[in-house]
Ligand binder design. Structure first.
Ligand code: KE4
Length: 420
């Protein structure tokens, strides 16, 4: 029995499925998950001494590669001054100003500890600001696990085939309306029916939790126009796309300005930190200056804020990172295409789909062959490449994925192509 198998057995006695987040259980790829010992740069090492090139990058935060020396140094240093105060610090202002410098739509913001918290809070603010109850989300998009957003969600919900989570009161469904990503008519119909009751449309500007599904050339502009038309707010869930597609996220990449945004993952530099914010008039309804309540013991935690500051500073100082990781991801994408697989990519965010149906929204994603995906995943892992253990997740490329790492990956993809 490997050490990972031993640990997994033990973990299953004390954690649901032996994990602290469902997708980590490797259920859909039918194998015991490896337990991690450490990670550095593009590599992750398991407790049995195996070394993998990591394309999960902790589901997105790792754009600089694991354990970037500057981030580690800054975190080590700040820990000496205490881990948490529950009181304001100057560092929170510094991080907020860096975020606003990168994303001008973030006129006012609130730091929180997870992407779930960020999106949940943004939706509550939209409801509080508009006085309306209904929201629209898209089938296959995932916005964290808050009750009102767990309808037909993507990511682990899709992977574990739980269309609607148990434990969410039936009543929620009437406030969360479902449309189809990239299908403008599905949105138009809902808005014609009850647009005056819709507080917001919440969207992943690039869907990345049903695999990566980019928006059509008109979709995001259409959402911006129809929310304006009905007085609803547009919320961009940029937890994945933020600081990933560009320094200004998807809203810079596509040139669409939402009313509110949520960021996570990269903005926390690998620590538990996320942020929501946007229009000052909207955010002015948040307590203690407004009637929408939201709070958090560890919100703006000095250690997490320090990791975020250092990460954003490195990205701001080295913006050529974005063209570099885009170029390297395109090389990997070409390798997949050359063996006849369907890919979708935006910058350093990519997915490989095991279906011949051209991917445009959830309904084509649902035709993917997840058994074929599982075989592909296991081929990659046994050849030292760790991709996300689910057809419905994304590949993330970091600046640490150097030319030789990319070349090694291309070789393993080619080998897979020979076996199928
Ligand atoms: P967290 O609460 O996991 O920090 O963020 C929730 C969230 C919100 N919005 C988007 C677009 C997201 O992708 C996520 C979380 N992403 C998943 C992976 N697709 C996290 C991995 C997991 O659940 O273990």
């Amino acid at each position: 029995m490997t050490k990972s198998e031993e640990l997994f057995k033990k973990a299953q006695n004390i954690m649901p499925g032996g994990v602290n987040s469902p997708v980590r259980a490797f259920n859909s790829v039918k194998r015991t998950p490896f337990f991690v010992d450490s990670a550095k740069g593009a590599y992750i090492y398991d407790v049995d001494g195996n070394k993998y090139i990591d394309y999960v990058c902790s589901w997105g935060p790792g754009i600089l590669g694991h354990a970037h020396p500057r981030v580690i140094e800054a975190v080590k240093k700040v820990c000496e001054k205490g881990l948490t105060f529950g009181a304001p610090t100057e560092k929170e202002i510094i991080l907020d100003e860096l975020i606003r410098k990168c994303v001008p739509s973030m006129e006012m913001m609130r730091l929180v500890s997870s992407g779930t918290e960020a999106v949940m809070s943004a939706v509550r603010v939209a409801r509080g600001f508009t006085g309306r109850d209904k929201i629209i989300k898209f089938t296959g998009c995932y916005h964290g696990h808050s009750d009102g957003l767990l309808m037909r969600a993507g990511s682990g919900v899709l992977t574990e085939a739980i269309p609607d989570s148990a434990g969410v009161p039936k009543g929620y469904a009437k406030y969360t309306l479902l449309a189809d990503y990239n299908d403008e008519n599905s949105v138009r119909e809902l808005m014609q029916q009850c647009g005056e009751e819709v507080a917001c449309i919440v969207v992943e500007p690039v869907a990345a939790n049903m695999g990566v599904v980019p928006p059509t050339s008109t979709f995001l502009k259409f959402l911006r126009e129809i929310t304006n038309q009905y007085g609803a707010l547009l919320i961009f869930d940029e937890v994945i796309t933020g600081f990933r597609l560009s320094l200004g996220g998807a809203q810079e990449y596509y040139g669409i300005k939402p009313d509110l945004s949520a960021f996570g993952k990269i903005v926390g530099g690998g620590m538990p930190l996320a942020v929501y914010g946007g229009r000052k008039d909207v955010m002015s309804c948040v307590a203690p200056i407004g009637a929408v309540y939201q709070a958090g013991t560890l919100s703006g935690n000095p250690v997490a804020v320090t990791a975020g500051i250092e990460t954003l500073k490195i990205l701001i100082e080295n913006q050529e990172i974005y063209s570099e990781i885009d170029k390297n991801t395109a090389i990997i994408e070409d390798a997949y295409k050359s063996i006849g697989l369907q890919t979708k990519r935006v910058g350093s965010l990519m997915s490989v789909f095991f279906t011949d149906n051209p991917i445009n929204s959830y309904k084509e994603v649902a035709t993917c062959d997840t058994d074929k995906f599982a075989a592909y995943f296991n081929h990659m892992l046994t050849h030292g490449i760790y991709v996300a253990p689910s057809q419905f997740e994304a590949m993330f490329v970091s600046v640490a994925h150097s030319a030789d790492v990319i070349e090694q990956t291309v070789d393993v993809v080619a080998k897979y192509g020979k076996n199928v």
